[in-house]
Write a protein that binds this ligand. Structure first.
Ligand code: NAP
Length: 278
């Protein structure tokens, strides 16, 4: 194994380090979300991904409190809906999010969807930059932004630190990810296991799983992190949670990475951010 096989974090912005694996919390709510977050932190997770729209921020906050972890040891991401897309609105969204979560700052706050018809996502990003400037949040980013949306933000003079998009071996969005690489935008993969996708039984995944004595999901998550991506797999199951975090003790070969890349289907993401939003 190379030294890089043990790297578990990357930088969102200089000095703001994000764990490469985080716990996804959608669609868990209530006690199920609290229990999953508590167990995940107990198993070593230090990065939790939630959103206003998941209606679970209070339950996630309760799981964090129940774990007893020092808040500063945890990387907490949430996202806000498009109703808040103005500089003042983003500040209100922040106030309500930290209130629900029971914290006083966020590590990462994301514009959940661009809603280009509304046309105010650049203002939302400016509002996020204000929150970084006054120390309310450590970093900001976006989610579900296509290259033209990212370009509009950059044309306004902002550097986008991270975009959280749907990526799995069958939906590896090559053009989107190439744009993000070219512009120094960190990719965070949501639905990184394709919601238990059929590729988990493909020989390109099961072969390395047998070679390394790992599960297929671990191979796919290793493929994400070896490509420099953050991934936020969701699991409510304590053993699968532990497996999904334990992807740092081995290296896939270039041939193995290429074979997983070849599972790309060309299918677009499930939801089209040109029109879908909340
Ligand atoms: P996912 O993480 O790819 O898949 C979750 C599904 O896979 C669950 O049914 C889970 O079941 C199962 N699973 C988890 N670990 C497994 C393993 N080791 N082996 C086999 N099956 C496993 O999909 P997702 O929930 O859509 O995405 C993850 C997170 O991304 C969400 O929770 C959310 O935080 C975020 N997300 C963001 C957006 C956005 O617009 N930004 C959109 C969608 C999702 P069990 O729970 O039973 O293990």
């Amino acid at each position: 194994m190379s030294a890089t096989g043990m790297i578990t974090t990357t930088d969102v912005t200089p000095g703001v380090s994000i764990p490469l694996i985080g716990l996804g919390t959608w669609p868990m709510t209530g006690d199920a979300a609290t229990e999953a977050v508590f167990r995940a932190i107990d198993s070593g997770y230090r990065h939790i991904d939630t959103a206003e729209n998941y209606a679970n921020e209070a339950a996630v906050g309760e799981g964090i409190r129940r774990s007893g972890i020092d808040r500063r040891q945890l990387f907490l991401t949430t996202k806000f809906n498009t109703a808040w897309h103005s500089r003042a609105g983003v500040r209100d969204a922040f106030g309500q999010a930290v209130n629900r979560l029971g914290t006083d700052y966020l590590d990462l706050f994301l514009v959940h969807w661009p809603n280009p018809a509304q046309g105010r996502f650049v203002e939302a990003c400016e509002g996020l930059q204000d929150l970084v400037s006054d120390g309310s949040i450590r970093a900001w980013g976006v989610s579900n932004f296509k290259p033209d949306h990212l370009q509009a933000v950059q044309d306004a003079g902002l550097r986008v630190p991270v975009n959280q998009v749907q990526v799995d071996p069958g939906h590896s969005q090559p053009a989107q990810l190439a744009y993000q690489r070219e512009h120094g935008i960190l990719t965070a993969a949501y639905s990184p296991l394709g919601r238990n996708g059929s590729f988990l039984t493909h020989p390109a995944v099961t072969g390395p799983a047998e070679d390394f004595g790992r599960t297929p999901a671990q191979i796919v998550l290793r493929w994400h992190v070896q490509n420099g991506r953050v991934a936020v797999p969701k699991s409510a199951d304590p053993q699968r949670q532990r497996d999904n975090l334990d992807v740092f003790g081995f290296d896939l070969s270039q041939a193995q990475l290429d074979a997983i890349d070849a599972l790309e289907t060309g299918a677009p993401p499930r939801l089209d951010s040109a029109t879908y939003f909340h």
